[in-house]
Design a protein around this ligand. Sequence first.
Ligand code: FNR
Length: 404
Amino acid sequence: SDPAPPVSVEAWRRLARRRLPDLAWNYLDGGADDLVTVNENMAGFLRHRLRQRCLTGVRAPDLSATMAGERVALPIALAPTGAAGLSHWTADVAATRAAERAGTRAVLSTASSYTLEEVAEATEQNHWFQLYPFGNRDKVGALIARARAAGYTALFVTVDVPVVGNREGERTAGMTQPWTLTPPRLLNMARRPGWLHAVFRRRRVAAVHYVERAAEAKAATLAGGLRRAIHGAGDDAIASAENQARYMQGDLHWDDLAWMRDQWQGPLYVKGVLDPDDAAQAVDRIGADGIVVSNHGGRQLDRTLAAIDALPAIVARVGDRAEVYLDGGVRRGTDVVTALCLGARGVFIGRPYLYGLAVAGEAGGAVILEIFRAELERALVLMGCPGVGSLDRSWLAQRPGDTP
Ligand code: FNR
């Protein structure tokens, strides 16, 4: 019989690390520069302390919440991750189904491994779509129309990728565009047959939302990547310019966001905001329904504030009239509690569910969400808190020397 599954997100992370070759691991788990923000995202939560009330009689706290207009069983949804196919061939389909099993939702990335129609077809609920405003308005408008036609109910516009962050780990491991596959890197992959089997069951590792011409589409496929890797990739500058075309236009401005707001009638959230002035612009000038406070999991500008440290000022600025969410560094049920105490309506997780997919596909993603659910529930019982809707600053305890 199977050994018991690992008990924590960190334990799943260690398992995923063993299973993945360096190229995939550095892409999925890595970050920018010195990983200051990657680490700070997690460390930021550790500076807060929770209040414990006893003999409250709370046994089954209410974990349900409303996120992006949908009732969800827990205030945790899946953040968009591009090229999730590097963790498991079932990628976005598996992640979205795992979210459904847990009674929550997933945000599908513009850089997904399955097309938005394929994911909609393979799942029951309406999910959410993340938009990288790449290329020009024609292309963005067409993608928004596709998302609407396929039944996605909320749009998350990611604004923190005017250029791709300096991910040195990725580059060192050969995760360039296309991959640079030297003999040692190929050997490193060959020594992980479980991963090869889990990933290469399907030819594509990238969907083609942002690619129109067949020739470009080919480059986005695994076969194309391998072919070009073997025949020589061309210089770095070309590779990164190509790469860039898939994220967002570098010269994007608030007026472009206003235009997107006009194109999309449902709830719209701006993802990747860290500054209260930007949050106010998005809400008051553009009419965004909310903000995802995020530094892209520390993959963009290193040495930004940790997401949890950026949250309070944004809640103070727009929390009375907009939904504020957070992602980055959420690894424990108690992290979720802390974010909700500081005013987040819910949180998103990125890397944790990718660890689950890497180890066990959809079932792994489902276990990760179950770990979070169980940890969140247990934390609330131990705190004596009746439900996530009750969490506010009064549930944080002051340490000696803390400024209240
Ligand atoms: C991401 N993230 C991301 N964000 C986005 O808006 N579009 C995308 O395509 C991607 N792609 C992506 C790939 C990978 C491998 C990771 C790890 C992350 C960022 C993601 O949505 C989220 O902001 C962070 O992952 C949250 O941090 P944690 O939970 O990973 O610490």
